[in-house]
Design a binder for this molecule. Structure first.
Ligand SMILES: [Zn+2]
Ligand SMILES: [Zn+2]
Length: 371
């Protein structure tokens, strides 16, 4: 069975996860994750840290499902589940905690998140770097509220994004600000939720979020527009754009990949292609204070990758006319031999105006599913 990699490792300093977000969309804490700030520490004099911290928690909210009909992840500020409280350092060496005096924060089941008072703001009003760190700590614990476990810093394939559910490499506190709610975090939600799109398993909803998960090779260009991203090749017709997703699986599992495209302007005939590349990944190394290791995503370990192998490709010819709707372009299923795999989808085209220069072609989301 394939599992989008987003997964497990434990942590110098950050909390113990619990399984939770089931494929029918409920969490072990209920339908939504509810949180509330409680107790002293959030407000000192006229300084209320909550408004800024809410903006970080709300970062989990920005992702919508495939039809934008409901949120993939839902966080509500309301008493009922995760009560956020500051606790003295000694609290974290008590029984019932996996951590010790160095622990930043712990999520207790569905009841509470305890944060170490060692990390209260150094001054009031709190400096911006404190918010950047504490905001990520809260995101991380809320992520556990969804049932997400730990992931590796190298497992998010958007530029310069360390997943918020990664642990050791964040460097503790300060240093947590290195993390962002990233591709890998959303993959965890999409996989767990299972209702994101008809394919049930997707690389991302990246085009809903602009180009952040996508990359181009040199000389090509794109812009975001209605319905997705417009991409065109370089001036000599070369180049492609691509998106990479980590999956774990049983060796021998097969995956499909799909991207939709549309031609919005007339011109010369041409072809659009999609390619599925894959590379094997191995993890090694001990990790940091690791417990709860599930899928081989090892935060401090070495991530070794093979070269990319072309698994499947497909091309569709267009007679030069505008197409009225997005059309699917799907690779055939390809079997993977490694236990951990990065799947990279590349797309390109050679369609041109009558003038001969290349047109931008509209694309929407990359989708990957296990066959
Ligand atoms: Zn954690
Ligand atoms: Zn506690």
């Amino acid at each position: 069975m394939a599992i989008v990699v987003a997964v497990l490792l434990a942590a110098a300093g950050l909390a113990v996860p619990a399984a939770g977000f089931s494929r029918d969309g409920t969490t072990s804490c209920g339908q939504q994750v509810k949180f509330a700030f409680d107790g002293p520490g959030w407000i000192v004099g006229s300084n209320d840290t909550r408004p800024t911290l809410r903006t970080y928690i709300d970062d989990w909210e920005i992702e919508w499902n495939y039809n934008a009909a409901s949120r993939v992840l839902d966080v509500k500020e309301s008493f009922g589940e995760l009560v956020l409280q500051w606790k003295p350092d000694t609290h974290f060496s008590a029984s019932g905690h996996a951590g010790d005096g160095n622990t930043l924060a712990v999520r207790h089941s569905c009841s509470s998140v305890h944060i170490n008072e060692d990390n209260l703001p150094p001054s009031y009003p709190p400096p911006s770097d404190w918010y950047a760190d504490m905001g990520r700590v809260l995101q991380h614990e809320i992520g556990h509220g969804f049932g997400f476990d730990h992931t590796g810093s190298g497992d998010s394939h958007e530029p310069s994004a360390t997943p918020v559910m990664s642990t050791c490499s964040a460097g503790g506190f300060p240093g947590s600000s290195a993390r962002h709610v990233a591709q890998d975090d959303y993959q965890a939600g999409q996989y767990a939720h299972g209702t994101l799109n008809p394919e049930t398993m997707t690389a991302n909803v990246g085009f809903n979020r602009g180009t952040s998960y996508y990359q181009t090779n040199s000389g090509t260009s794109w812009f975001t527009g209605s319905g997705g991203v417009y991409w065109k090749p370089d001036t000599s017709g070369g180049g492609y754009f691509f998106q990479t997703t980590s999956v774990s699986e049983s060796a021998g599992d097969s995956f499909d990949a799909k991207i939709n495209w549309r031609r919005t302007v007339n011109g010369l005939s041409g072809t659009v292609w999609v390619y599925m590349y894959a590379r094997g990944v191995t993890y090694s190394g001990a990790g940091c204070a690791a417990t709860n290791f599930n899928s081989g995503v090892n935060q401090n370990g070495t991530r070794d990758e093979t070269i990319w192998y072309l698994k499947k490709w497909k091309g569709v010819w267009n007679n030069g006319g505008v197409t009225s709707a997005l059309a699917g372009l799907e690779t055939l299923s390809a079997s993977m031999t490694s236990a951990f795999v990065d799947i990279q989808i590349r797309a390109r085209h050679d369609m041109r105006y009558n003038s001969g220069s290349y047109i931008p072609l509209l694309f929407d989301n990359v989708r990957i599913r296990e066959r």
